[in-house]
Design a protein around this ligand. Structure first.
Ligand code: ATP
Length: 367
């Protein structure tokens, strides 16, 4: 029987459990054995009971639970070859030659490095007599499949990542709550949301809640006078009778000189220039928690099933796939290319010549 393992890695995202459930049950339905690696790559490095066989009933209740039940970790050891050597030995000892990794771009980069080193890792393990030549030969080909679990929606080659929509809902609920108290007291609120270098959460939340201003890294405010323009616009809204002001700041927001735009600065600006009674709310980890919404449950389930199909279809020489969602279809794209493109975009956001040039849906980012 083929043995397929899944792990969750990096920051947790709602819907990761549904992905684990999807992989486990699809694997069993396709006649394979399913394994869960606990605590992300740390579980691979540690081996032993961190790698556990999963039955159909072991994933009961996973659909509606937030976070990741099998645990996640940031694992230093896996960043170095000796750590990956231990991980390879543990996988082979368990008889596992297929690994589904659900995580962000860092986790998928790690997965890709692991696969590219696989044969040299096995060679080294044979040399040091950790593995027999026969074991190394039977497990010569490691199948890696990537699932993108990230609230940030910052991965290239997919329109949406597992957890982003739930996170967006959570932000909107919070801003709705803030809006009612803001209106009552005629206050202004600066709300800081997650997303790192990706403004998707801030932008979508801003549209969904009717925010007055949104700051995202991809499109810094233009012109030297942007503060004056913003204040003039907010004052105009107030003059029309609006009793609340909502400004959303993505945690990675920058100005056109690449200086960070912080929520504290925006609060001080509204207080000093417009004399608004202004408060600041950093939403923090509440954004990541709680039950996944229906969209994330379904996305993760469909992608989990597709990950198993991709494992079964994989052959030596075929690049590792990343399961995405493009134009409402579940897709398989080249994991390595998606990781490289994501890295390029992240780097480019910090470059002056790039600022303002990036379209959020530039087709180049979805290839
Ligand atoms: P998030 O988007 O939530 O931050 P992520 O997957 O990008 O998730 P990281 O902390 O970057 O989170 O990566 C998670 C883990 O993946 C790391 O702790 C490390 O074990 C592994 N990893 C990341 N980058 C590499 C790399 N270049 N080589 C090997 N392993 C890596």
């Amino acid at each position: 029987k083929r043995k397929i393992a899944i792990l969750t890695s990096g920051g947790d995202a709602p819907g990761m459990n549904a992905a684990v459930r999807g992989v486990v049950r699809a694997a069993i339905m396709r006649g394979c054995e399913a394994y869960a690696v606990h605590e992300g790559y740390q579980g691979l490095v540690d081996g032993g009971n961190m790698i556990r066989k999963m039955g159909w009933d072991d994933v009961q209740g996973y659909l509606s639970t937030g976070g990741t039940i099998i645990g996640t970790a940031r694992c230093k050891a896996f960043r170095e070859r000796p750590g990956r050597l231990l991980a390879a030995r543990n996988l082979v000892k368990e008889g596992i030659d297929a690994l589904v990794v659900c995580g962000g771009d860092g986790s998928l980069t790690g997965a890709d490095i692991f696969r590219s080193e696989w044969s040299s890792l096995l060679e080294e393990l044979v040399k040091t007599k950790e593995l027999t030549a026969d074991e190394a030969e039977r497990f010569a080909h490691l199948n890696i499949v990537g699932l993108v679990g990230s609230i940030d929606n910052d991965m290239s080659s997919t329109d949406i990542t597992i957890g982003a929509v739930t996170c967006l809902h959570r932000i909107c609920e919070s801003i709705d709550s803030i809006s009612s108290t803001a209106s009552s007291h005629s206050r202004a609120f600066v709300v800081e949301v997650m997303g790192r270098h990706c403004g998707w959460l801030a932008l979508m939340a801003g549209i969904a809640t009717g925010a007055d201003f949104i700051f995202i890294p991809e499109r810094p405010p233009s012109g030297e006078n942007w503060r004056d323009n913003m204040c003039a616009e907010i004052k105009a809204h107030r003059d029309l009778g609006k009793r609340k002001t909502i400004v959303i700041v993505c945690e990675g927001a920058i100005d056109s000189n690449l200086n960070p735009i912080t929520s504290k600065d925006m609060m001080d600006l509204l207080t000093d220039r417009l004399h608004l009674d202004t408060r600041m709310t950093i939403l923090g980890h509440v954004q990541r928690g709680g039950k996944p919404c229906a969209y994330d449950r379904n996305l993760a389930t469909m992608q989990g099933v597709e990950a198993v199909e991709a494992v079964l279809a994989s052959r030596p020489g075929i690049p590792s796939p990343m399961i995405g969602m493009n134009e409402n279809k579940i897709t398989r794209t080249d994991l390595m290319k998606a990781v490289a493109l994501t890295g390029e975009v992240a780097k480019a956001i910090g470059r002056k010549d790039f600022i303002g040039a990036m379209e959020l849906r530039d087709p180049a980012f979805n290839q």
